[in-house]
Design a protein around this ligand. Structure first.
Ligand code: NAP
Length: 238
């Protein structure tokens, strides 16, 4: 399955950006194409993934392109056969609700950061209730990578996950992923290591009890680990 995302600087260039990705991937269509962030930024050329900033280091946000216009361009990709399904990413309840109101084709997916330290139960429930599948990006809390980039604390070091890992003879990462699956989210962990890729797949041979699901529920810190404000000079989630 091929999924790809529309970068912020390409909101006014959806068709060209999608075609550019298809060319790079050597594909005729994408199974799923997502709006990466609910923000349009200064166009820097189709297919570039840079984020232009002003003299003060603040992201150049384009206020002339609405998310509705971007969404209708996404819908056109489906009509043209370039994307089978379309979705959104990093949309909160307000923006997801709005997208549902103006869409002719409903978003199939909302891809959001969620893990044991950032559970976002209300958003997950809202999406499910309205038929939008939730994909959990950063399902391991970003682990060492986000500690390095954003200075965040990793949920994989938490005693609760470590304790459950010992109980189920699994790793803390496998417990976090299994929890994500059991709450009906799609988990997309990333690893640069073959042994961890294998480890992250081995989560179908056990089930967390209701009590242990509750234990993990108690870990929520409402703690975002992926904070692009560090690069963009503006907190888009403020
Ligand atoms: N839509 C969005 O805005 C958005 C934002 C962020 C991420 N994403 C997507 O979400 C996916 C995952 O995101 P992510 O990489 O940021 O977060 P993640 O999967 O939660 O964490 C990746 C980190 O965890 C480590 N790791 C992987 N498996 C592990 C294991 N079994 N035990 C211990 N550590 C492990 C990796 O290190 P090693 O490489 O050393 O194993 C890496 O440091 C990616 O496909 C990414 O593109 C989407």
């Amino acid at each position: 399955m091929a999924f790809f995302q529309l970068w912020n600087s390409d909101h006014g260039h959806v068709l060209e950006a999608c075609k550019d990705s298809l060319k790079k991937l050597q594909l005729d269509y994408l199974d799923l194409y997502l709006v990466h962030f609910p923000v349009a930024t200064k166009h820097t050329g189709v297919g570039t993934t840079s984020s232009a900033v002003d003299d003060e280091g603040v992201l150049e946000i384009d206020t002339t392109i609405s998310l509705e216009a971007t969404w209708h361009d996404m819908e056109d990709l489906v009509s043209k056969g370039l994307a089978r399904s379309i979705g959104i990413s990093n949309y909160d309840i307000f923006l997801t609700r709005d997208c549902l109101a103006y869409s002719k084709i409903k978003p199939a997916v909302n891809q959001i950061e969620t893990h044991p330290y950032f559970q976002r139960e209300s958003l997950v429930k809202f999406c499910k209730k309205h038929g939008v599948s939730v994909t959990a990006h950063t399902p391991l809390g970003g682990s060492a990578a986000n500690t390095e980039w954003f200075g965040s604390v990793s949920c994989l070091d938490d005693d609760v996950l470590k304790g459950l890992a010992a109980k189920y003879k699994k790793t803390p990462a496998q417990i976090a992923l299994r929890w994500g699956i059991q709450r009906d989210t799609v988990v997309i962990p990333k690893s640069s290591k073959v042994e961890r890729l294998k480890e992250n797949f081995e989560v179908s041979d056990f089930e967390l009890t209701k009590e242990d699901m509750e234990l993990i529920k108690g870990m929520d810190r409402k703690y975002r680990t992926n904070q692009p404000a560090n690069f963009w000079g503006v907190d888009l989630y403020a």
